[in-house]
Design a protein around this ligand. Structure first.
Ligand SMILES: [Zn+2]
Length: 271
């Protein structure tokens, strides 16, 4: 499941597309949600995450004075309300879904590809995915094990991400004149992408499941962070110059978890 996340304070070290809030004057929620506090030695600043499973979690640096949390929550009312709405919608959607089955077909609009899956049981305990002619993806091994199949599909997806998302970003950076330092493609549950202070852009392999224009919007957003490491007015002006539909795209992105197939997030462990 997708968690929504927000960072307190204006200076984002990383920007999560799902996370970022530009602060509009929404009304305050009618009640204060309960929250759990998690101390993290690695956290540099306070972060809020909300997910159907864990509810609202406030991640704080180790020495942070937790008595300050209620005041911080006051400043994030609009975000809390939006996050609670999204989590509730997601919870309902998942409840109404049938039990997750392995896919017979995988569509990757981000790169305009559609794959038909073929599961072939062999004696090997490990499941591997191999591409065959005609966009057929064959899984060999102990294909009765759902978890092993999902892990194999995840590894394959990561390969597709490296093959396609990385060059897409490099091309876009060159076209638009952004200086790109490094690109990393990985599987993340909460962020579509992020940009570090050193200019490393991390792309979530799940972008492959988004419509092309929406994936492109995320890439451009992160490229703009190589110039402005915040969501300041200057950042927004730059973003609008490169993506005139950015407001509409941003709205669509809030709902974009719908594009992700259920099997993707129900896999056990990491890939
Ligand atoms: Zn951002």
């Amino acid at each position: 499941m997708t968690a929504v996340e927000d960072a307190a304070g204006a200076a984002f070290r990383h920007c999560g597309e799902l996370a970022a809030s530009w602060g509009h004057g929404e009304e305050a929620p009618a009640f204060w949600p309960r929250y759990r506090v998690r101390k993290s030695p690695r956290a540099r600043r306070v972060r809020f995450t909300m997910s159907p499973r864990d509810g609202l979690v406030v991640v704080v640096p180790r020495r942070f004075d937790v008595r300050r949390i209620p005041d911080l929550l006051q400043t994030r009312k609009a975000w809390l309300e939006r996050a609670a709405g999204r989590v509730e919608e997601e919870r309902k959607a998942h409840e109404s879904e049938a039990p997750v089955t392995l896919p017979g077909r995988i569509t990757l609009p981000g790169i305009g590809q559609e794959w038909t899956l073929d599961y072939r049981a062999t004696d090997s305990p490990r499941v591997t995915a191999a591409e065959r002619a005609g966009n057929c993806l064959v899984l060999f091994g102990d294909t009765r094990k759902d978890g092993s199949c999902r892990t194999a599909l995840g590894r394959w997806l990561n390969r597709k991400g490296h093959e396609h998302l990385e060059p897409q970003l490099v091309r876009l950076a060159a076209e638009r004149g952004f200086a790109l330092n490094r690109v990393v493609v990985k599987s993340q549950r909460t962020r579509w992408a992020s940009c570090s202070r050193r200019g490393t852009i991390s792309l979530n392999v799940r972008l492959l499941f988004l419509p092309e224009d929406l994936a492109r919007h995320v890439l451009i957003h992160e490229l703009c962070h190589t110039v402005h490491m915040n969501h300041s007015r200057e950042f927004r002006t730059l973003l609008e110059r490169h993506d005139p539909d950015c407001k509409e795209n941003r709205r669509k992105l809030r709902e974009a978890w719908r594009h992700l197939p259920a099997w993707l997030d129900s896999r056990p462990g990491r890939w």
